[in-house]
Design a protein around this ligand. Structure first.
Ligand code: SF4
Length: 711
């Protein structure tokens, strides 16, 4: 590859947000390599990113808008974009007229570019006047969002990747970083090689690949993280490690929070018992945390995907605030984002309870502010349904039309058979997709062909608040179009031509950045992209990766937040949150004695629609599998490689038995990737309980009571 002619873009998979150099060879094949100049990865790529060039063929692509003449019809009828847009506009308008604006919804994705996300939110919240837009980002990091808002007043990630390299202690909680965020793990490994005194602790029920580097692994009992971190808070207090000056000057809530922690977890041996840990190992962890000023506690889905996910994240943040280990190099709590643009979606109000520019949907002044900027006729005046509730509302007929964009909820949501049943009952289903055949598009009345990675332009924001460009280097095939364009066409058909007259992603981005500046003048907040609000098309095209906030007049972004110890609350102070631990909602019993945990594997992404195309990625894990401890395998008559059936109160799935002592007794683990197209009986979403965190609405993917038997 000639780096001088390659297109600089960003990997479409995980939230690390690695820079990629892409070029198209004379034979039409795509070549990729890591971008040495991108500050997220400095040229590194994981195996998924490195295989991107093998996933670019058009096999299975949806290339034209299509209509399913009847629900049972497998054949699709090709239609034009004009007809598709006017049909969608017509049905949405009719349903709104008959049943009200809450009867329609959009369900979108952290795979969308920020420009797509912005237009989707503007359309639903400002022009349909409903809060009914939610995203699959609800499934991976909404608990962290809610925790940030409770602690800092807004959804703010304090740290950056460099902090991981500057820390003396890194604690990874509920994160198989080596497989799920591999380039972050590579950066940690390189930093440890250069500075062997740097310590790594992994807190995870399973002994994952991430533990191979760890100085200490705590195989915590599922669902007990709040006890663990309440215990740490109580320990820090006892050991005199509170930063009382910081607490006095910059926080609220210390006394109530410490009281609650002491009540639930004041005795270290009792904490060890509840968390299923060796007391000495727990003591070692507490000692390490207490003794290292520069500590980053990074957390991911193992914390977030829980009915107590928000409390778990706040339990971690409480410890950092109490010790004053935040807003300084090498220290802070760090939510590692799952998807490539979950953060960008949060910026534009991608969750059903948010407004754009980190403004609050439930604040009338904020609603007026956004409506005024958009010049929209109305604006949603209450939060819409969160993901799991949204499909329940579809199931029982409260929502009668849904437009699903860039996601496959029939595979990825919990209680997925009910999601499929909900879509079968739904009066009108639109699906925007890159691929023609998915478990969800099989149920669509109208299918819209979406432009894919490499074909569309826009931006994404990674886990460290860094905005990077995704750039097109291929033509859009057939009639595939960007999602912002498709949504604008429907909005125009509904009579909103002036407000959705965008001709490029650049125009959308600049409006998004201007809105953040408009908000600063009226409701100041830390999220700010106004430094990019005047970008012309050429500067947008050349935009270098930059971290927000980037205020008007600034050219450099902000690496780390809270260095001035000011938070986004009304008085600038952070909040410690008193926490009473609670166990997962559904407990194991004699009928369902195992805890089922789910997660990713190293070489696949989501429902495999892209990674499934690269043969070398399939060699790592060829089939869906269920991990089980050797003692349980013996007692259940299961052998390595045999098929096993896993059942829960919500459904059943089948997977190949993998016997390993890396999983504790009485627990099972199944990957999330296999779907109805690749392995129909292995759709793990069908067995996951639909319990959610009461604050964030994030599902409890990590804890479903289950049983297992030979098939
Ligand atoms: Fe892509 Fe994530 Fe791998 Fe980087 S670490 S190459 S963003 S999948």
């Amino acid at each position: 590859m000639n780096p001088s002619t390659a297109v600089r873009t960003t990997c479409p998979y995980c939230g690390v947000g690695c820079g990629v150099l892409a070029s198209v060879n004379r034979n039409g094949s795509t070549e990729v390599s890591g971008d040495p100049a991108h500050p997220a990865n400095f040229g590194r790529l994981c195996v998924k990113g490195a295989a991107l060039g093998e996933t670019m063929d058009l096999h299975g692509r949806l290339l034209h808008p299509a209509l399913r003449p009847t629900r049972d019809s497998a054949a699709l009828q090709r239609i034009g974009w004009d007809e598709a847009a006017s049909r969608i506009a017509g049905r949405f308008s009719q349903i709104i007229a008959e049943h009200g604006r809450e009867a329609v919804a959009l369900y979108v994705s952290g795979q969308l570019l920020t420009e797509d996300y912005y237009v989707a939110n503007k359309f639903v919240k400002g022009y349909l006047g409903s809060g009914n837009i939610d995203t699959n980002s609800r499934l991976c990091m909404s608990s962290a969002v809610a925790a940030h808002k409770r602690a800092f007043g807004a959804d703010l990630v304090p740290v950056c990747y460099e902090d991981l390299e500057q820390a003396d202690l890194i604690v990874l909680v509920g994160s198989n970083t080596a497989w799920c965020h591999p380039v972050i793990y590579q950066r940690i490994a390189a930093a440890r090689a250069a500075r062997p005194s740097m310590k790594l602790v992994v807190i995870d029920p399973r002994r994952t690949a991430t533990c191979e580097q760890a100085d200490l692994h705590l195989p915590i009992a599922p669902g007990t993280d709040v006890w663990l971190f309440n215990g740490l808070l109580a320990y820090l207090r006892r050991e005199g490690r509170f930063n009382f000056g910081f607490l006095r000057d910059h926080t609220h809530g210390e006394i109530e929070t410490v009281d609650a922690a002491e009540r639930s977890a004041g005795n270290l041996d009792e904490v060890a018992r509840v968390c299923g840990l060796d007391p000495q190992a727990l003591r070692d962890f507490y000692r390490l945390w207490a003794d290292h000023e520069r500590v980053v506690t990074a957390f991911s889905q193992g914390v977030n995907q829980s009915s107590a996910g928000v409390d778990k994240a706040n339990a971690i943040i409480n410890c950092h605030l109490a010790a004053g280990r935040i807003g300084m190099p090498g220290a802070g709590p760090f939510s590692i984002t799952g998807q490539p643009n979950a953060m960008g979606g949060r910026e534009v109000g991608g969750l059903s309870n948010q407004l754009a520019a980190h403004l609050e949907l439930e604040d009338p002044d904020h609603r007026d502010l956004v409506r005024g900027f958009w010049g929209s006729p109305e604006i949603a005046d209450k939060p819409g349904h969160k993901a799991v509730d949204l499909f329940e509302a579809i199931y029982d007929g409260r929502v009668k039309a849904v437009w699903i964009i860039a996601t496959n909820p029939v595979v990825s949501l919990p209680d997925a058979d009910r999601v499929r049943a909900a879509l079968k009952r739904c009066e009108f289903v639109v699906v925007s997709e890159v691929n023609r055949d998915t478990d969800t598009s099989d149920l669509a009345d109208v299918l819209l062909p979406a432009a894919a990675w490499g074909e569309k332009d826009g931006t994404v924001t990674n886990s460290e608040r860094r905005v990077s460009r995704q750039r097109a280097f291929l033509p859009m095939p057939g009639e595939a179009r960007p999602d912002w364009w498709a949504i604008s066409e429907v909005a125009k058909s509904m009579g909103h031509a002036e407000s959705f007259s965008y001709v490029s992603a650049h125009e959308v981005f600049v409006e998004h950045a201007r809105l953040s500046g408009w908000a600063q003048d009226r409701a100041p907040r830390m999220f700010d992209l106004s430094g990019l609000a005047e970008l012309d098309a050429v500067s947008y095209d050349r935009l270098e990766p930059v971290q927000w906030p980037l205020r008007a007049g600034q050219t450099q972004g902000t690496q780390r937040l809270f260095e001035d110890h000011r938070y986004d609350t009304s008085d600038g102070r952070a909040h410690l949150i008193p926490l009473v631990p609670r166990l997962p909602q559904h407990r194991t019993d004699s009928e369902y004695p195992f805890v089922l945990n789910t997660g990713r594997v190293r070489d696949q992404w989501h429902t495999m629609s892209r990674t499934g195309k690269a043969p070398r990625l399939a060699t790592h894990m060829q089939e869906p599998y269920v991990e089980i401890h050797p003692d349980d395998a013996i007692s259940h008559g299961l052998h390595e490689g045999e098929l096993a059936r896993v059942s829960t109160r919500w459904g059943r799935c089948t997977a190949r038995t993998r016997v390993t002592d890396s999983i504790p007794p009485q627990q099972l683990f199944i990957p999330i990737h296999w779907n109805g197209q690749t392995a129909a009986e292995a759709r793990v979403g069908a067995v996951v309980n639909p319990v959610v965190d009461p604050l964030s609405g994030e599902p409890e993917f990590k804890h479903t009571p289950a049983r297992i038997e030979a098939r």
